[in-house]
Design a protein around this ligand. Structure first.
Ligand SMILES: [Zn+2]
Length: 135
């Protein structure tokens, strides 16, 4: 690469695999969406591998590969995540996708701020942006 930058001009931010995966996921997942999970396999050592989907009228969209990249792991399984709990995985995903939190979407808003009785237009914790449900 032979790129010249003017003095004082910051170079463009690096696009990592994680960032690229998050950009892809943002095309499919919005605040308030539900990520569905199913345990695909259990290894002899007990590692549980999960498949994650978004369900639409057009059918299921397989998300596991992009979710793994977004979380910086090889596969969505309990070995990589130290958890096979779907809620925890989807929480980590939301936190990765909305690191600065998200704006309230109203009636369908999944933020736990509402169950805590807080009224706010912006939720600081992106971990609650998505819902999770087992298939
Ligand atoms: Zn809200």
């Amino acid at each position: 690469m032979n790129q010249a930058y003017e003095r004082g001009t910051p170079p463009p931010p690096p696009v990592t695999k994680r960032q690229a995966a998050i950009v892809r996921l943002r095309a499919y997942l919005s605040v308030g969406d539900t990520v569905y999970g199913v345990v695909r396999s259990v290894s002899r050592t007990g590692t549980r591998t999960l498949d994650l989907y978004k369900l639409t009228d057009a059918g299921p969209t397989y998300l596991s590969g992009w979710v793994a990249q977004a979380l910086g792991i090889k596969r969505v399984n309990s070995g990589a995540l130290r958890s096979s709990d779907l809620f925890t995985i989807v929480y980590e995903l939301g936190y990765s996708m909305w690191p600065d939190g998200f704006d309230c979407i109203g009636d369908r808003c999944p933020s736990n701020d509402h169950s805590n009785g807080h009224l706010t237009m912006h939720h600081a914790n992106g971990g609650y942006a998505l819902r999770s449900q087992s298939l």
